[in-house]
Design a protein around this ligand. Structure first.
Ligand SMILES: [Fe+2]
Length: 436
Protein backbone atom coordinates (compact mmCIF):
# COMPACT_ATOMS: atom_id res chain seq x y z
CA UNK A 1 0.00 0.00 0.00
CA UNK A 2 1.33 3.43 -0.81
CA UNK A 3 2.52 5.40 2.27
CA UNK A 4 -0.23 8.05 2.12
CA UNK A 5 -3.01 5.41 2.17
CA UNK A 6 -1.19 3.41 4.83
CA UNK A 7 -1.15 6.56 6.98
CA UNK A 8 -4.84 7.25 6.27
CA UNK A 9 -5.74 3.74 7.40
CA UNK A 10 -3.70 4.17 10.58
CA UNK A 11 -5.49 7.45 11.35
CA UNK A 12 -8.92 5.84 10.85
CA UNK A 13 -8.04 2.77 12.95
CA UNK A 14 -6.65 4.98 15.73
CA UNK A 15 -9.72 7.25 15.65
CA UNK A 16 -12.15 4.30 15.78
CA UNK A 17 -10.17 2.73 18.63
CA UNK A 18 -10.20 6.05 20.54
CA UNK A 19 -13.93 6.38 20.00
CA UNK A 20 -14.55 2.81 21.19
CA UNK A 21 -12.38 3.24 24.31
CA UNK A 22 -14.09 6.55 25.22
CA UNK A 23 -17.57 5.14 24.62
CA UNK A 24 -16.78 2.13 26.80
CA UNK A 25 -15.36 4.36 29.57
CA UNK A 26 -18.45 6.61 29.55
CA UNK A 27 -20.77 3.57 29.53
CA UNK A 28 -18.95 2.01 32.49
CA UNK A 29 -19.08 5.30 34.41
CA UNK A 30 -22.82 5.73 33.81
CA UNK A 31 -23.75 2.03 33.85
CA UNK A 32 -24.67 -0.18 36.74
CA UNK A 33 -22.93 -3.08 38.44
CA UNK A 34 -24.18 -6.28 36.81
CA UNK A 35 -26.02 -8.80 38.91
CA UNK A 36 -25.24 -12.51 38.95
CA UNK A 37 -27.88 -13.23 36.33
CA UNK A 38 -26.51 -10.62 33.92
CA UNK A 39 -22.95 -11.84 34.48
CA UNK A 40 -24.02 -15.42 33.70
CA UNK A 41 -25.76 -14.25 30.51
CA UNK A 42 -22.62 -12.28 29.58
CA UNK A 43 -20.40 -15.34 30.09
CA UNK A 44 -22.67 -17.53 27.93
CA UNK A 45 -22.81 -14.96 25.13
CA UNK A 46 -19.05 -14.46 25.34
CA UNK A 47 -18.57 -18.21 24.79
CA UNK A 48 -20.98 -18.13 21.83
CA UNK A 49 -19.17 -15.18 20.23
CA UNK A 50 -15.79 -16.91 20.59
CA UNK A 51 -17.17 -20.18 19.17
CA UNK A 52 -18.77 -18.38 16.19
CA UNK A 53 -15.56 -16.57 15.38
CA UNK A 54 -13.49 -19.74 15.50
CA UNK A 55 -15.46 -21.17 12.59
CA UNK A 56 -15.62 -18.50 9.88
CA UNK A 57 -17.32 -19.35 6.61
CA UNK A 58 -15.42 -18.58 3.42
CA UNK A 59 -18.25 -17.39 1.25
CA UNK A 60 -16.48 -16.09 -1.82
CA UNK A 61 -13.30 -14.78 -3.29
CA UNK A 62 -11.31 -14.19 -0.11
CA UNK A 63 -14.49 -13.15 1.64
CA UNK A 64 -15.32 -14.42 5.07
CA UNK A 65 -18.62 -14.45 6.83
CA UNK A 66 -18.94 -14.79 10.56
CA UNK A 67 -21.93 -16.18 12.36
CA UNK A 68 -21.44 -14.09 15.49
CA UNK A 69 -24.07 -11.46 14.59
CA UNK A 70 -26.83 -13.44 16.36
CA UNK A 71 -24.90 -13.72 19.64
CA UNK A 72 -23.76 -10.09 19.47
CA UNK A 73 -27.29 -8.87 18.89
CA UNK A 74 -28.58 -11.02 21.75
CA UNK A 75 -25.86 -9.44 23.92
CA UNK A 76 -27.09 -5.97 22.93
CA UNK A 77 -30.62 -6.94 24.03
CA UNK A 78 -29.98 -8.71 27.33
CA UNK A 79 -26.90 -6.87 28.65
CA UNK A 80 -26.33 -3.24 29.57
CA UNK A 81 -24.31 -1.36 26.92
CA UNK A 82 -20.86 -1.48 28.53
CA UNK A 83 -21.09 -5.21 29.20
CA UNK A 84 -22.45 -5.90 25.70
CA UNK A 85 -19.53 -3.91 24.25
CA UNK A 86 -17.05 -5.79 26.43
CA UNK A 87 -18.48 -9.16 25.31
CA UNK A 88 -18.16 -8.09 21.64
CA UNK A 89 -14.56 -6.80 21.80
CA UNK A 90 -13.40 -9.41 24.36
CA UNK A 91 -14.94 -12.29 22.41
CA UNK A 92 -13.20 -11.17 19.26
CA UNK A 93 -9.83 -10.81 20.98
CA UNK A 94 -10.15 -14.19 22.74
CA UNK A 95 -11.01 -15.96 19.48
CA UNK A 96 -7.93 -14.48 17.83
CA UNK A 97 -5.76 -15.57 20.76
CA UNK A 98 -7.11 -19.12 20.60
CA UNK A 99 -6.79 -19.44 16.83
CA UNK A 100 -3.40 -17.66 16.75
CA UNK A 101 -4.33 -16.18 13.40
CA UNK A 102 -3.23 -12.66 14.25
CA UNK A 103 0.18 -11.83 12.86
CA UNK A 104 1.83 -8.43 13.08
CA UNK A 105 0.16 -7.39 9.82
CA UNK A 106 -3.36 -8.09 10.98
CA UNK A 107 -3.01 -6.62 14.46
CA UNK A 108 -4.31 -3.34 13.06
CA UNK A 109 -7.23 -5.24 11.57
CA UNK A 110 -8.01 -6.88 14.93
CA UNK A 111 -7.98 -3.50 16.72
CA UNK A 112 -10.28 -2.05 14.08
CA UNK A 113 -12.65 -5.04 14.01
CA UNK A 114 -12.92 -5.20 17.82
CA UNK A 115 -13.53 -1.45 18.11
CA UNK A 116 -16.06 -1.57 15.27
CA UNK A 117 -17.99 -4.45 16.86
CA UNK A 118 -17.86 -2.81 20.30
CA UNK A 119 -19.27 0.44 18.95
CA UNK A 120 -22.02 -1.18 16.88
CA UNK A 121 -23.14 -3.50 19.70
CA UNK A 122 -23.11 -0.61 22.17
CA UNK A 123 -25.13 1.51 19.73
CA UNK A 124 -27.73 -1.27 19.43
CA UNK A 125 -27.81 -1.82 23.23
CA UNK A 126 -28.14 1.92 23.98
CA UNK A 127 -30.96 2.38 21.47
CA UNK A 128 -32.79 -0.75 22.62
CA UNK A 129 -32.58 0.05 26.33
CA UNK A 130 -33.61 3.64 25.71
CA UNK A 131 -36.73 2.41 23.92
CA UNK A 132 -37.67 -0.26 26.45
CA UNK A 133 -38.09 0.45 30.14
CA UNK A 134 -36.05 -2.46 31.42
CA UNK A 135 -34.04 -4.96 29.41
CA UNK A 136 -36.74 -7.33 28.23
CA UNK A 137 -38.47 -7.63 31.59
CA UNK A 138 -41.72 -6.10 30.40
CA UNK A 139 -42.31 -7.39 26.90
CA UNK A 140 -44.90 -5.16 25.28
CA UNK A 141 -46.05 -4.22 21.81
CA UNK A 142 -43.09 -1.90 21.33
CA UNK A 143 -40.54 -4.65 21.81
CA UNK A 144 -40.38 -5.65 18.15
CA UNK A 145 -40.11 -2.01 17.13
CA UNK A 146 -37.30 -1.39 19.63
CA UNK A 147 -35.42 -4.45 18.37
CA UNK A 148 -35.84 -3.33 14.75
CA UNK A 149 -34.45 0.12 15.53
CA UNK A 150 -31.58 -1.56 17.42
CA UNK A 151 -30.79 -3.72 14.36
CA UNK A 152 -30.73 -0.55 12.27
CA UNK A 153 -28.37 1.16 14.73
CA UNK A 154 -26.03 -1.84 14.65
CA UNK A 155 -25.98 -1.99 10.83
CA UNK A 156 -25.48 1.75 10.36
CA UNK A 157 -22.65 1.96 12.91
CA UNK A 158 -20.96 -1.13 11.47
CA UNK A 159 -21.20 -0.01 7.86
CA UNK A 160 -20.23 3.61 8.44
CA UNK A 161 -17.05 2.56 10.23
CA UNK A 162 -16.28 -0.05 7.58
CA UNK A 163 -16.82 2.50 4.85
CA UNK A 164 -14.41 4.87 6.60
CA UNK A 165 -11.58 2.36 6.65
CA UNK A 166 -12.23 1.13 3.08
CA UNK A 167 -12.24 4.74 1.88
CA UNK A 168 -8.90 5.34 3.61
CA UNK A 169 -7.54 2.15 2.08
CA UNK A 170 -8.66 2.33 -1.54
CA UNK A 171 -9.68 5.94 -2.12
CA UNK A 172 -12.71 7.23 -3.94
CA UNK A 173 -11.93 5.70 -7.33
CA UNK A 174 -13.02 2.19 -6.40
CA UNK A 175 -15.15 2.94 -3.34
CA UNK A 176 -18.16 2.90 -5.68
CA UNK A 177 -17.37 -0.72 -6.55
CA UNK A 178 -17.51 -1.67 -2.89
CA UNK A 179 -20.75 0.06 -2.04
CA UNK A 180 -22.87 -2.46 -3.90
CA UNK A 181 -21.50 -5.38 -2.01
CA UNK A 182 -23.82 -6.22 0.88
CA UNK A 183 -25.15 -9.48 -0.49
CA UNK A 184 -24.78 -11.01 2.96
CA UNK A 185 -27.46 -8.78 4.52
CA UNK A 186 -30.31 -11.36 4.30
CA UNK A 187 -28.14 -13.96 6.07
CA UNK A 188 -27.14 -11.45 8.70
CA UNK A 189 -30.77 -10.50 9.28
CA UNK A 190 -31.68 -14.17 9.82
CA UNK A 191 -28.98 -14.38 12.49
CA UNK A 192 -30.22 -11.17 14.13
CA UNK A 193 -33.74 -12.60 14.20
CA UNK A 194 -32.58 -15.77 15.96
CA UNK A 195 -30.63 -13.59 18.40
CA UNK A 196 -33.82 -11.67 19.16
CA UNK A 197 -36.01 -14.75 19.65
CA UNK A 198 -33.50 -16.47 21.93
CA UNK A 199 -32.89 -13.24 23.91
CA UNK A 200 -36.63 -12.98 24.40
CA UNK A 201 -36.87 -16.57 25.60
CA UNK A 202 -33.86 -16.06 27.89
CA UNK A 203 -35.59 -13.13 29.58
CA UNK A 204 -37.98 -15.69 31.04
CA UNK A 205 -35.56 -18.58 31.47
CA UNK A 206 -31.88 -17.67 31.38
CA UNK A 207 -30.86 -21.27 30.72
CA UNK A 208 -32.48 -20.99 27.27
CA UNK A 209 -29.69 -18.64 26.12
CA UNK A 210 -27.24 -21.38 25.04
CA UNK A 211 -29.97 -22.65 22.71
CA UNK A 212 -28.75 -19.94 20.36
CA UNK A 213 -26.08 -22.40 19.37
CA UNK A 214 -28.69 -24.45 17.42
CA UNK A 215 -29.84 -21.82 14.90
CA UNK A 216 -26.21 -20.77 14.47
CA UNK A 217 -25.12 -24.38 13.83
CA UNK A 218 -27.95 -24.98 11.36
CA UNK A 219 -27.11 -21.74 9.60
CA UNK A 220 -23.44 -22.67 9.52
CA UNK A 221 -24.15 -26.04 7.99
CA UNK A 222 -26.52 -24.67 5.37
CA UNK A 223 -24.07 -21.96 4.40
CA UNK A 224 -21.20 -24.42 4.16
CA UNK A 225 -23.15 -26.57 1.72
CA UNK A 226 -23.91 -23.47 -0.33
CA UNK A 227 -20.26 -22.41 -0.26
CA UNK A 228 -19.15 -25.87 -1.44
CA UNK A 229 -21.62 -25.67 -4.31
CA UNK A 230 -20.40 -22.23 -5.28
CA UNK A 231 -16.75 -23.29 -5.12
CA UNK A 232 -17.49 -26.28 -7.35
CA UNK A 233 -19.35 -24.10 -9.84
CA UNK A 234 -16.51 -21.58 -9.85
CA UNK A 235 -14.01 -24.35 -10.48
CA UNK A 236 -16.17 -25.57 -13.34
CA UNK A 237 -16.15 -22.09 -14.90
CA UNK A 238 -12.36 -21.93 -14.48
CA UNK A 239 -12.10 -25.32 -16.17
CA UNK A 240 -14.16 -23.86 -19.04
CA UNK A 241 -11.70 -20.96 -19.23
CA UNK A 242 -8.87 -23.48 -19.51
CA UNK A 243 -10.73 -25.24 -22.31
CA UNK A 244 -10.95 -21.91 -24.14
CA UNK A 245 -7.19 -21.43 -23.63
CA UNK A 246 -6.50 -24.92 -24.95
CA UNK A 247 -8.76 -24.57 -27.99
CA UNK A 248 -6.31 -22.13 -29.46
CA UNK A 249 -2.71 -23.39 -29.32
CA UNK A 250 -1.57 -19.75 -29.30
CA UNK A 251 -3.39 -18.92 -26.10
CA UNK A 252 -2.31 -21.89 -24.00
CA UNK A 253 -2.10 -20.84 -20.35
CA UNK A 254 -2.99 -17.27 -21.38
CA UNK A 255 -5.46 -16.66 -18.57
CA UNK A 256 -3.03 -17.97 -15.93
CA UNK A 257 -0.37 -15.52 -17.09
CA UNK A 258 -2.85 -12.63 -17.26
CA UNK A 259 -3.93 -13.37 -13.67
CA UNK A 260 -0.28 -13.29 -12.55
CA UNK A 261 0.32 -9.90 -14.23
CA UNK A 262 -2.89 -8.62 -12.64
CA UNK A 263 -1.58 -9.54 -9.20
CA UNK A 264 1.68 -7.68 -9.88
CA UNK A 265 -0.15 -4.57 -11.06
CA UNK A 266 -2.61 -4.68 -8.16
CA UNK A 267 0.15 -4.78 -5.58
CA UNK A 268 1.92 -1.83 -7.23
CA UNK A 269 -1.33 0.15 -7.29
CA UNK A 270 -1.59 -0.36 -3.55
CA UNK A 271 -4.84 -2.32 -3.72
CA UNK A 272 -5.80 -4.56 -0.82
CA UNK A 273 -5.25 -8.31 -1.08
CA UNK A 274 -8.99 -8.98 -1.35
CA UNK A 275 -9.42 -6.59 -4.25
CA UNK A 276 -6.35 -7.97 -6.04
CA UNK A 277 -7.55 -11.56 -5.69
CA UNK A 278 -10.99 -10.69 -6.97
CA UNK A 279 -9.54 -9.04 -10.08
CA UNK A 280 -7.16 -11.99 -10.58
CA UNK A 281 -10.14 -14.38 -10.36
CA UNK A 282 -11.89 -12.38 -13.07
CA UNK A 283 -8.67 -12.41 -15.13
CA UNK A 284 -8.64 -16.22 -15.00
CA UNK A 285 -12.01 -16.34 -16.74
CA UNK A 286 -11.97 -13.06 -18.70
CA UNK A 287 -12.15 -14.80 -22.10
CA UNK A 288 -14.55 -17.58 -21.07
CA UNK A 289 -17.15 -16.04 -23.43
CA UNK A 290 -15.07 -17.26 -26.37
CA UNK A 291 -16.78 -20.58 -25.73
CA UNK A 292 -19.61 -18.98 -27.76
CA UNK A 293 -17.36 -18.09 -30.73
CA UNK A 294 -17.07 -20.58 -33.59
CA UNK A 295 -13.73 -22.31 -34.25
CA UNK A 296 -13.81 -21.05 -37.85
CA UNK A 297 -13.71 -17.49 -36.51
CA UNK A 298 -11.60 -17.93 -33.37
CA UNK A 299 -8.87 -19.91 -35.10
CA UNK A 300 -8.98 -18.17 -38.48
CA UNK A 301 -5.48 -17.52 -39.82
CA UNK A 302 -6.38 -14.73 -42.27
CA UNK A 303 -7.91 -11.32 -41.61
CA UNK A 304 -11.43 -11.32 -40.14
CA UNK A 305 -14.44 -10.01 -42.03
CA UNK A 306 -16.61 -7.38 -40.33
CA UNK A 307 -19.16 -10.05 -39.45
CA UNK A 308 -16.52 -12.32 -37.95
CA UNK A 309 -15.05 -9.46 -35.93
CA UNK A 310 -18.55 -8.64 -34.67
CA UNK A 311 -18.85 -12.26 -33.52
CA UNK A 312 -15.54 -12.06 -31.63
CA UNK A 313 -16.68 -8.84 -30.01
CA UNK A 314 -19.57 -10.62 -28.35
CA UNK A 315 -17.27 -12.64 -26.07
CA UNK A 316 -17.12 -10.16 -23.14
CA UNK A 317 -20.92 -10.10 -22.93
CA UNK A 318 -21.23 -13.88 -23.25
CA UNK A 319 -18.62 -14.35 -20.51
CA UNK A 320 -20.31 -11.80 -18.25
CA UNK A 321 -23.66 -13.54 -18.72
CA UNK A 322 -22.07 -16.78 -17.60
CA UNK A 323 -20.44 -15.41 -14.44
CA UNK A 324 -23.48 -13.25 -13.61
CA UNK A 325 -24.87 -16.47 -12.11
CA UNK A 326 -22.58 -15.91 -9.12
CA UNK A 327 -24.19 -13.19 -7.04
CA UNK A 328 -21.01 -12.66 -5.01
CA UNK A 329 -18.98 -12.11 -8.16
CA UNK A 330 -20.83 -9.02 -9.39
CA UNK A 331 -17.68 -6.90 -9.60
CA UNK A 332 -15.77 -9.69 -11.36
CA UNK A 333 -18.59 -9.93 -13.90
CA UNK A 334 -18.26 -6.19 -14.61
CA UNK A 335 -14.51 -6.62 -15.12
CA UNK A 336 -15.16 -9.40 -17.65
CA UNK A 337 -17.80 -7.38 -19.51
CA UNK A 338 -15.50 -4.36 -19.85
CA UNK A 339 -12.06 -5.87 -20.42
CA UNK A 340 -12.05 -4.65 -24.06
CA UNK A 341 -13.07 -1.08 -23.31
CA UNK A 342 -10.44 1.52 -24.19
CA UNK A 343 -9.25 4.47 -22.09
CA UNK A 344 -10.22 6.83 -24.95
CA UNK A 345 -13.73 5.36 -25.23
CA UNK A 346 -13.19 3.59 -28.55
CA UNK A 347 -13.40 0.06 -27.18
CA UNK A 348 -16.31 -2.37 -26.81
CA UNK A 349 -18.94 -3.47 -25.81
CA UNK A 350 -20.19 -0.14 -24.40
CA UNK A 351 -17.55 2.41 -25.39
CA UNK A 352 -16.94 3.47 -21.78
CA UNK A 353 -14.00 5.82 -21.29
CA UNK A 354 -11.51 6.69 -18.55
CA UNK A 355 -12.68 6.19 -14.98
CA UNK A 356 -16.09 4.98 -16.23
CA UNK A 357 -14.37 1.66 -16.92
CA UNK A 358 -14.15 -0.39 -13.72
CA UNK A 359 -10.58 -0.38 -12.38
CA UNK A 360 -10.40 -4.20 -12.49
CA UNK A 361 -11.23 -4.17 -16.21
CA UNK A 362 -8.53 -1.54 -16.87
CA UNK A 363 -5.98 -3.72 -15.07
CA UNK A 364 -6.98 -6.89 -16.94
CA UNK A 365 -6.77 -4.93 -20.19
CA UNK A 366 -3.10 -4.00 -19.61
CA UNK A 367 -2.16 -7.55 -18.57
CA UNK A 368 -4.10 -9.04 -21.51
CA UNK A 369 -2.47 -6.67 -24.00
CA UNK A 370 1.05 -7.44 -22.76
CA UNK A 371 0.47 -11.19 -22.88
CA UNK A 372 -1.02 -10.94 -26.39
CA UNK A 373 2.06 -8.99 -27.55
CA UNK A 374 4.55 -11.44 -26.09
CA UNK A 375 2.79 -14.62 -27.27
CA UNK A 376 2.89 -16.01 -30.77
CA UNK A 377 -0.28 -15.47 -32.75
CA UNK A 378 -1.48 -16.97 -36.02
CA UNK A 379 -0.68 -13.71 -37.77
CA UNK A 380 2.70 -12.92 -36.17
CA UNK A 381 5.32 -14.41 -33.88
CA UNK A 382 5.87 -13.27 -30.30
CA UNK A 383 7.39 -9.83 -29.90
CA UNK A 384 10.41 -9.50 -27.71
CA UNK A 385 10.11 -7.74 -24.38
CA UNK A 386 11.63 -4.41 -25.48
CA UNK A 387 9.23 -4.03 -28.41
CA UNK A 388 6.24 -5.03 -26.26
CA UNK A 389 7.29 -2.52 -23.59
CA UNK A 390 7.53 0.27 -26.17
CA UNK A 391 4.09 -0.68 -27.49
CA UNK A 392 2.53 -0.51 -24.03
CA UNK A 393 4.12 2.91 -23.45
CA UNK A 394 2.81 4.10 -26.82
CA UNK A 395 -0.82 3.13 -26.25
CA UNK A 396 -0.95 4.30 -22.61
CA UNK A 397 -3.41 7.17 -22.54
CA UNK A 398 -5.27 6.08 -25.68
CA UNK A 399 -5.98 2.36 -25.42
CA UNK A 400 -4.80 1.77 -21.85
CA UNK A 401 -5.03 3.59 -18.51
CA UNK A 402 -1.60 5.27 -18.13
CA UNK A 403 -1.63 4.87 -14.33
CA UNK A 404 -2.14 1.11 -14.69
CA UNK A 405 0.59 0.88 -17.35
CA UNK A 406 2.93 2.74 -14.95
CA UNK A 407 2.11 0.19 -12.23
CA UNK A 408 2.84 -2.65 -14.68
CA UNK A 409 6.22 -1.08 -15.51
CA UNK A 410 6.96 -0.83 -11.78
CA UNK A 411 6.02 -4.52 -11.36
CA UNK A 412 8.36 -5.46 -14.21
CA UNK A 413 11.14 -3.24 -12.82
CA UNK A 414 11.22 -1.16 -16.02
CA UNK A 415 11.99 2.53 -16.22
CA UNK A 416 8.64 4.25 -16.79
CA UNK A 417 9.95 6.27 -19.74
CA UNK A 418 7.77 7.47 -22.59
CA UNK A 419 4.44 6.27 -21.18
CA UNK A 420 1.66 7.91 -23.10
CA UNK A 421 3.99 9.65 -25.56
CA UNK A 422 4.46 8.77 -29.21
CA UNK A 423 7.97 7.56 -29.73
CA UNK A 424 9.20 9.38 -32.84
CA UNK A 425 12.43 7.41 -33.04
CA UNK A 426 10.67 4.08 -33.46
CA UNK A 427 12.26 2.00 -36.16
CA UNK A 428 9.23 -0.17 -36.82
CA UNK A 429 5.60 0.55 -37.56
CA UNK A 430 3.18 0.18 -34.65
CA UNK A 431 1.98 -3.39 -34.17
CA UNK A 432 -1.61 -4.27 -33.44
CA UNK A 433 -1.92 -4.01 -29.67
CA UNK A 434 -5.53 -5.02 -29.40
CA UNK A 435 -5.80 -8.51 -27.94
CA UNK A 436 -8.61 -10.58 -29.34
FE1 LIG B 1 -10.91 -10.89 -24.50
Amino acid sequence: MEPRRERNVQVVVFAVFGLAASAEAVAIATGGVPGLRELAAGAMLFALVVASRLFPLHIGYKRKMLTDSGSLFAAALVLQPWLAGAVAAGGMGAAELVSQRTGARSLKQLVFNSSQRLLSVMAAATVFHALTAEPLTEPGVSLGMAATVAVGAMFVTNDLLLLGVIFAQVGRSILRDWLVDRSDIPYDLALYASGFVVALAASFHLWLLPLLVFPIAVFHRAMRTQVTLRTQTREAVEALADVVDMRDPYTFNHSHRVAEFVRGIGVHLGLSQDVVEEIAAAARVHDVGKIGVRDAVLLKAGPLTDEEYAEIKRHPDIGAKLTARFPDFARGTAYIRHHHERWDGRGYPQGLRGQQIPLGARIISVADTYDALTSSRVYRSALDEDVARAELARVAGTQLDPEVVTAFFAFKGWVPAGIGQTNASRATAPVSTTPV
